[in-house]
Design a protein around this ligand. Sequence first.
Ligand SMILES: [Zn+2]
Length: 337
Amino acid sequence: MTNLGSLSRQGKSLATLIAASGSFLIGMLLPMEIWTNQQTTTKATTVKTATSTNTKQINQSTNNKETPLEVIKISSVVAKKINNTKQELRELELKTFNFSVPKRFQSQTVKNVTLNSKQKVISLTFDDGPWNNTTEQILDILKKHNIRATFFVVGQHLNVRQEIGKKIVEEGHVIANHTWNHPSKSSKMSPDRIKSEIGRTADLIYKITGRTTNLFRPPGGVLVNGLADYAKERKHTVVLWSADSVDWYYRSAQKITKKVLNKASNGGIVLLHDGGGPRGHVVEALPNIIAGLKKQGYEFVTIPELLTIKDRELHQAELAKKREVKKQETNAQEDKE
Ligand SMILES: [Zn+2]
């Protein structure tokens, strides 16, 4: 499964590369065609300059008194095309790679990350779906606010609502593993059962969405029954939460909104439920939760995005530390001399 997932990822990277290169070529060739059509009277030497894909050279050719206006036009078309291509690449990247988790978080348990950045981010997570009506209502609210979230699905629920599972991924969200049967007891489970709870769900997620998940949330947040250990063996990140809406207990939209807003933190993970029972109050609360968090200055990210932001922060700190050590070594060396 791991090999299969990695192969699939490689296939996807290749597809992305081909798509991006194709788009880039079209982007570059289209303005050239406009150029040659418009410039029938232009000297061959000028055309030569313009067919170069180097924007700097095109800008330089604007000094040529014969066709300055046209060249400026072409130059801006090329710049616009490059920008569009960059945007397409970013979107492709988000669609294709938004499931990858930085290495340092593999086989780790995470309940939040503490961020030093001024930019405040938070992750909404939804458990126990897909569920009739509520999951799609939640998807519609998220779409309306242009927010991406992480859905920890239960295998047997996904099995009977495959189309909703597909929709979760198609709309840019992350789908993750929450076992097949949702066992939440603390007592140790048999190795076969553990393997099946996680493996069967992972296989179905892959079959339906083409995605290999490396995020696992143990039912009830139980870490001692063997499920979390097995997930870590599979290099999964075990994802808990820092802001529990307690929506499984309180059936009031006001109460769960208050719970989330009180416990929100920079780098926090919010626990909500889209399935596993009647979740109308979650659907009702979600717009208020989003509005309240936005008011507190939060931006919304998926779990892999959250971990990537923390990873970058740690990486920067490591680099700064290395530079500091080097500086001290140089100073010591100079003192000696
Ligand atoms: Zn659950």
